[in-house]
Design a binder for this molecule. Sequence first.
Ligand SMILES: [Cu+2]
Length: 81
Amino acid sequence: MTPRLLVSAITLFASSAALAFHCPADMKKIDAALSAGPKVSAEQLTEAKKLRAEGETLHKAGKHQESVDTLAKAMAILGVK
Ligand SMILES: [Cu+2]
């Protein structure tokens, strides 16, 4: 393996590992917001819960970037930063 290839392999690993930790952190924030009783409509609550579940499924499937994107939508609805 050339040094250059090694560097990109490490970078790739590091970024996917960071994303793998990102999803559970986001899910925690969403769960906290949901249990706190967010001031959103029933439709928004349903949508946020659906996105939260989708995010978890994507995370478990190893699709961390898609999971982060999906969870971000749920957080936007709930007003979580
Ligand atoms: Cu993930």
